[in-house]
Structures are given as C-alpha cells and as structure tokens.
Design a binder for this molecule. Structure first.
Ligand SMILES: [Zn+2]
Length: 719
C-alpha cells in the first residue's frame, strides 16, 4: 500500500458515514459529503443534501413524508393499500453508516398484526452512494402483496428548478423544468435503463435501481410532488406473499452534468449485471463482426424481385458495409398467422445468398413474442401462452387486427419454436442476421399460469425466460462456422448479452441526450436514424448529423431514399457512413464521453422531425459534435455539419478529462505525456496536423458543407 493510498483510506474512514439522531424529530444518514434525513414520525425522507455546498434536492417535504406504499390484493380482486405515513412511527436503529426503520405488526383489513415492514439506508465505506432496501413480511391468510412502491420521496425537486434526465424512448431525454408527470416502465422502450437523474444546474441526483435481475418496475416523477418506483411483486396476490429486498435502490449526489450520472450507472452495469457479463464488444467472441461493421441500413419490404435490386443499389451508393432489414419475406400477411413464417416468397433464399456474398447483412423480420390465436396450430401452443389472473390467454392486437397471443418466454414449446424458425432462416435461406421483434421494446407481461413453474404475475422470470430462450439460439448462430447476428426492437438493456444490436427506430426530438450510448457504448450496438425523411433535406441531414456523432448505425429509411429527388440526403448519408467505417475503434469499441458545445457562434438550423406526439419543429446547431475515447485511449472529436455551407467550430479540449478515466488517474497520465499528435480523418483522406500540448486548449476546425470529420488526439508518451 503506498503512502498516498494509506492517507486517502484514513481520511475516508473518518469522514465516512454516520447515522445520527438529530436534535429534533429527524434522523440523518451521512457519509460526510451527502446526507439523507428521515422523519422520525413517519420514516419518510425529509431532505437529501450535498453537505459540501448545502444544496438540497427536496423542495417541499410535506408534513407526513412518504417512504413506501404497499398494495395488497385478494383473490376476488379486493385491494388494500398501506403506507408509512398512516402507520405508527417506526422504530429507528442507527449503526455506523446505516439506519434501520421498522414497522411491526401492522393491521391489514380485518387481520391485525400481520404485516411487518423494514427499511434500511446505508452508505458503504468509501462510496458516495446510499443504498435503500425494503422487506415486507406478510402473514395475512387472505391478502397477497401486489405491488411495492419504494422509495417514495415527497417533494423531490421542483417544476421551476429541476431538469430530469430519463432514458425514455430512443436516446433519452433531458426534460427542462418539467411540469408534467414523467413515467416509464422498465424494461421496455419507455424505460430501457433503470435510472433517472435530477439536475439542478451542476447539482445532480442519481436515482437508480441496482437490480441485476431486471424486475419489471416503473419510475415515476412529478417534480416538486413525488418520485417513486413501483415494483409489482412475485406471486402477486397469493395470500401471505412477501417482499425481501431483491435489489437495492441507489441514491447519490454528484456535481456535474447528466453525463456524470450516466457514467455512474455505466460503472454499476458493467460491474454487476448478467447482461454485461460477457464483457465489452472488444472481448466478445459471440458478436458477429459483420454486424459491428454495418455503417448504414435500408428498411425494405416484399419479394426478392423488389428488395434485392434496391439493396444492391444502396450498397453500391454507400460503398461501406450496409445491412437490409427485410420485412414481408414470407407469404403470410404481416402480423397475421404468426409464427407460420414458412414458406418464404419464391426466390428469397437465392436473393439472400447473392446479397450476403457481397458482404451485405441480410436481416429478415420475425416476431419472437406472438402467436396468432386464430391459427389451427394455436391449440398446441396455448398451454405456453401468457395467462392473465383469470386464466385467459393474453391477447394483443395491432394493425392487422389479428388476435395475437403473447407467448411465455419461460416455456420450452415457445423457446423451441423461435429456435426452429431461426435455424431454418440460417440453414435454408443463408441469412447472416435475424431481427426478433418486440423483445427489447415491449414491457414484460404478467403471467398467472400455475403450470409454467415461474412465480405468478411479475418477477425476474420474464427476462430470465428470454435469456433461456436466446442462449441456445445465440450459441447455434455463432458456432459450426455460422456467424448470424441477433437484433431486436428498441433498446431495453437486460437482453444485450444475447441481442447484438438494437433498432432505435422510435421518435426523435431536439431535447434528447445520448444516455444510451453514454452508458453502453463499447458494449452494445444501436441502429436507425429514421425520423426525418419526409421533411426535406435539412431536417434529414440534421437528424443524421446528430445521430451519427452519438454513435448509431445510420439509416433504416425505406427504398425511396434511392429516388433521384433524395440525392442530397443519400449523399450526406454516404459521407457519414464512410467516416463511421473508419471509426470502429471509437464508435464500436470505444466510449462516448461528452456531447460538445462550441465556444464560437455556430448557426442553428430548423427543420421538422417525427417527434413523440407527432411531427414537430426542431432547432439544432448546424454542426453536431461529440467526443469519444477509442479502445486504445485516443480521444476523438466527431463533427458533422448538416448545413449547405462550411462551418467553423471551436471547442475546448481538456486533456485531463478526456484522455483517461477516472479523472483522478488522468493527472498522473498527463504528466507522462509529452504531446498530442493530431490527425484529421475525413471520409476520403487523413492528414496529420500540428501536435498539441497535453493540457487544456481550444481547438478550431473547419467542417465542410454536408460533411463530417474525426479529429484524433493521440497521446505521445514521454520516453
Ligand atoms: Zn408463464
């Protein structure tokens, strides 16, 4: 142990956390830098404060602050709710770095002394995060637990002071002073990652479920009123069902932007979850290289006579690896008669083999969740379908109007069926990728079929079931000389150990922030940038420029892109795709570090995108820029100019912050660096530029009209 480390450890020990009774009705848990204060009367949270600068995140704690709400149900559907503010005051026990609150022998309906609730809040030594846990012991013979709301925080933030960052939709959104209630159900497109951030200028609050089992849960925040996480339980409504803290809720204060909060979450997911256990893309052997190399996608539909020529034209235009997402390759109509995908349309296999021989990724659509209940063969499938609390098969309907049964992913019959379809696509048709619709988009359904062998209702079994379903398929796809990628719709995180790439096709807006690649760059792949095609060249180019620097594989518009009137769009897409092809060290294997803001005046562009709620106006700077780190530790600034004029862009570059993480290490590294070699990479050439000192400096670059650049800052070690 070196001396500096010993000293640091000593300081941490003495500043490390205490739980101490206040002089009044309050009780605080603190680690010396932040403190959470609980009401002795109700056990609810009264304050969450940064002790260094005095900033508090609670605007209006209320007289009876909440901490938990429980929902119980009986077989007949009758509900009872309990919450901490209505119960007697909890018993409080304090220990170093930890507070325990206990409510014992609570009454539920006509049954007295049948519910105990215990909550703990603890700081780990040397860690700025507080972990909150809840246990519910239910001795009712009539009621089962149905849903646990925990933590509930009354008066968190305020509509005139808080911004909320939430990974909703595609990239994630930064809501500026939201007045409305924001919510999202995890894991789904509505909340792909289980955290939100409250930003009050540079004061950030990280609120995350550190749940490696990925239970279904909803994050709900109405700034100034309430924040809470609702988790439906296992064995919902089964008399006597309990809750034994299946995951800790993590809460920590940071100083910085939303990016800091995303990196906290990245640190947790890459350390402790099964979906990152296989390692980064660089270390993984089971992610086909072809899917990592795709630079642009075409979305096509129909028989090979229509699709194949368009794909070839697209591939020739782009000039770097492309993929086609192929819909309606089957004879059955879309969203009808699933999963009877075979036979294919005539000539499909031949066309696939022709396209893949040209290095194109050919990815047919299948749905991996639904079975048409009108099919003759549904009789044999219905035992494996999801059942609601009354025992009926759960049906969903989409545009086709067919009654589509949701299949339970834990059931071998369904697991085998999906495997059989993918194996036929691989062996009979020669595809090198398969798209499995809905897995990473739709939230888990509750299943109450007692024959299925999983806890009734909710639980981690949904995600576990898909892991069991996908694991042998993934193994088959990447063994025996095969190299078939698996992709899914949207980007819910817990499937990424078996899903290689995520179709982020949903609406775009100019209030988005790239939370998904801030967390998962280097670990997963994202594709699509398709929400502006109908709205003119400027709108389209704005969307491509921004989505490009944030790290998605571009495209997924239809074959109309190839029409002569869309030439300016295709031309810009070509430039961006060609630059991405040169930048895999950053955009496939590296990490997104910062969204850059220019320090000079860069003009804005306005356009129309398809936004949540419909088409609407967007305004963005003409040049979009982001800073990435490559797998070799180089810093790379990507700049994309959507304007028809060239633009000058000046940015701050901070070697200490960008060249290595954690920042505490950076200072040491910088000392060992003599200079930064600078290389400017454009789609068609690379040039060396004068080196820079490894320090903080401003850098100015000219970005040509409708083009993109990568500036690589390569640290040269001192000899
Ligand atoms: Zn089931």
């Amino acid at each position: 142990m070196n001396r500096l480390f010993r000293l640091t450890a000593l300081v941490l020990f003495f500043t490390a956390a205490f739980a101490q009774a206040g002089g009044d009705d309050n009780i605080s848990v603190s680690n010396g830098r932040s403190a959470i204060t609980f009401s002795r009367a109700t056990g609810g949270i009264l304050d969450i404060s940064n002790l260094d600068n005095g900033h508090s995140f609670i605007s209006m704690p209320g007289d009876k602050p909440l901490l938990w709400r429980l929902q119980f149900r009986r077989k007949n559907g009758e509900e009872i709710h309990l919450n901490n503010s209505e119960a007697l005051s909890p018993q409080c026990t304090t220990k170093t770095r930890m507070l325990t609150l206990e409510w014992q022998n609570l009454t539920l309906g006509e049954e007295s002394k049948v519910i105990d609730v215990r909550v703990t809040c603890r700081f780990q030594s040397g860690n700025d995060t507080a972990y909150l846990n809840i246990w519910v012991d239910n001795r009712s013979t009539k009621y089962g637990l149905w849903e646990v709301s925990f933590p509930v925080v009354t008066g968190l933030g305020g509509p005139d002071r808080s911004d909320v960052a939430m990974g909703r939709g595609t990239w994630g959104t930064l809501y500026h002073h939201p007045k409305e209630r924001l919510q999202g159900k995890y894991p789904s497109h509505a909340l792909p990652m289980q955290f939100i951030l409250v930003q009050e200028n540079r004061n950030g609050l990280y609120l995350a479920a550190h749940d490696a089992r990925a239970f279904e849960k909803s994050f709900i925040i109405e700034a100034g009123k309430e924040f809470r996480v609702d988790t439906p339980v296992m064995d919902m409504g089964v008399p006597g069902s309990d809750w034994s803290a299946p995951y800790p809720f993590a809460l920590s204060i940071y100083e910085g932007s939303w990016m800091e909060g995303c990196k906290q979450y990245r640190a947790w997911v890459t350390r402790e979850t099964p979906w990152t256990k296989k390692g980064s893309l660089e270390s993984r052997k089971d992610v086909p290289e072809a899917i990592t190399r795709v630079t642009a996608w075409l979305c096509a539909s129909g028989g090979p006579e229509e699709v194949a020529p368009a794909v070839k034209q697209f591939a020739e235009a782009i000039g770097t690896p492309v993929g086609v997402h192929w819909y309606n390759w089957h004879q059955i109509p879309f969203d009808t008669y699933y999963p009877n995908y075979f036979p294919t349309k005539p000539g499909f296999a031949e066309a696939v083999r022709d396209l893949t021989s040209r290095g194109i990724t050919v990815m047919p659509y299948i749905n991996s969740r639904l079975w048409d209940s009108g099919n003759e063969n549904f009789k044999e499938a219905s035992p494996a379908a999801v059942k609601d609390a009354t025992g009926d098969v759960t049906i969903e309907t989409y545009g086709s109007g067919a009654n589509l049964a949701v299949m339970c992913p834990t059931q071998p019959l369904w697991q085998k069926k999906v495997e059989e379809i993918i194996q036929r696509l691989g062996t009979e048709c020669g595809v090198n990728a398969v798209y499995l619709d809905q897995i990473a988009s739709a939230p888990p359904r509750w299943c109450f079929d007692p024959q299925h062998g999983h806890p009734l209702g909710s639980g981690s079994w949904w995600v576990d079931g898909y892991r069991d379903l996908l694991k042998p398929i993934k193994r088959w796809c990447t063994s025996g000389g095969r190299s078939i990628a698996l992709t899914s719709e949207n980007n819910a995180e817990p499937y990424m150990d078996n899903i290689d790439a995520n179709l982020i096709w949903t609406e775009r807006s100019d209030t988005e922030i790239p939370m998904i690649t801030a967390v998962y760059s280097g670990y997963s792949l994202y594709f699509a940038s398709n929400r502006a095609f109908q709205h003119g060249d400027v709108s389209y180019c704005m969307c491509q420029a921004r989505d490009f620097v944030w790290g998605t594989q571009l495209g997924w518009d239809g074959v109309d892109l190839l029409k002569p009137e869309h030439e300016p769009k295709l031309k810009f897409l070509v430039r961006l795709a060609q630059l991405r092809a040169k930048a895999a060290d950053f955009m496939v294997y590296g990490e997104l570090l910062q969204v850059l803001e220019p320090i000079n005046s860069v003009p804005t562009l306005s356009g129309t995108w398809n936004k949540p709620g419909g088409d609407g106006p967007v305004t963005l700077q003409a040049v979009q820029a982001a800073l990435w780190r490559s797998r070799d530790g180089d810093a790379g600034v990507f700049l994309a100019n959507a304007d028809t004029e060239s633009q000058t862009y000046t940015f701050d570059f901070d070697s200490a912050a960008y060249l290595s993480v954690p920042p505490s290490v950076a200072a040491g590294r910088i000392r060992g660096i003599s200079k930064l070699n600078v290389e400017q990479i454009s789609p068609d050439r690379s040039i060396e530029l004068p080196p820079q000192q490894a320090s903080r400096f401003t850098y100015t670059v000219n970005v040509p009209a409708r083009d993109a650049l990568l500036l690589v800052f390569h640290p040269v070690r001192r000899k």
